[in-house]
Design a protein around this ligand. Structure first.
Ligand code: GRF
Length: 203
């Protein structure tokens, strides 16, 4: 499968996917990494792995619509089977989501449908939750609302802070995101009628 990964920051999830591709666990090629920020550390990770690293700065565009049209064209130029959002901190227009319907994955640091949006770790603490976690889901027009594919849970201890929770959640992210990308690359995972469907016939 051909993958394009979108990032805005550190890219530790990107790294986990790079490593799983290099290990032969994910039968895919990462064709490009695209960032909306020129200083995203994930761009260095891409270059180090010999992957084409592109910057498309949203500040150079007059509107979200124009940016997303350019982004869609750039993604299309790599003819991907799967578009992997890995800490891409932008709200996508409906047009862009439609264009890659059923092909676009996102990872969100909460047990969706809880805590869509930002500051999820602090919000879980403020709510006195005992359990927190992370979700990988298909992207639909509803922000952080597409069908969930896999979730991982972490326990919230009394001494946890937003930072310590973020660390625990990240460790789980690096396990479940490569797993889902592997399934997708093996064509075992599809979105059907707003559900994530796994096919086990290749087990
Ligand atoms: C992760 O917490 C992910 O869940 C969220 O953005 C963060 C990206 O981290 N969507 P990294 O850049 O992969 O290290």
């Amino acid at each position: 499968a051909r993958l394009v990964v979108l990032i805005s920051g550190s890219g530790s999830n990107l790294q986990a996917i790079i490593d799983a591709v290099a290990a032969g666990t994910i039968p895919a090629e990462i064709c490009a990494v695209i960032s909306n920020k020129a200083d995203a550390f994930g761009l260095e990770r891409a270059k180090k792995a010999g992957i084409e690293a592109k910057v498309l700065d949203h500040k150079a565009f007059a509107s979200r619509e124009e940016y997303d049209v350019a982004l869609g064209d750039l993604i299309d130029s790599f003819s991907p089977d799967c578009v992997v959002l890995a800490g891409f901190m932008r709200i996508l227009t409906a047009g862009l989501v439609q264009k890659f319907k059923g092909k676009m994955l996102n990872i969100h640091p909460s047990l969706l449908p809880k805590y869509q949006g930002l500051n999820t770790h602090q919000r879980a603490l403020d709510a006195n939750d005992k359990v927190h976690g992370v979700s990988v889901h298909f992207v639909t027009e509803e922000l952080d609302g597409g069908p969930v594919i896999v979730q991982a849970q972490v326990a919230i201890e009394s001494d946890d802070t937003a930072d310590s929770l973020a660390q625990k959640v990240h460790a789980q992210e690096h396990i479940i995101y490569p797993l889902v990308v592997k399934w997708f690359s093996e064509q075992r995972l599809k979105m059907e009628d707003n559900y994530a469907v796994l096919d086990n016939n290749t087990l």
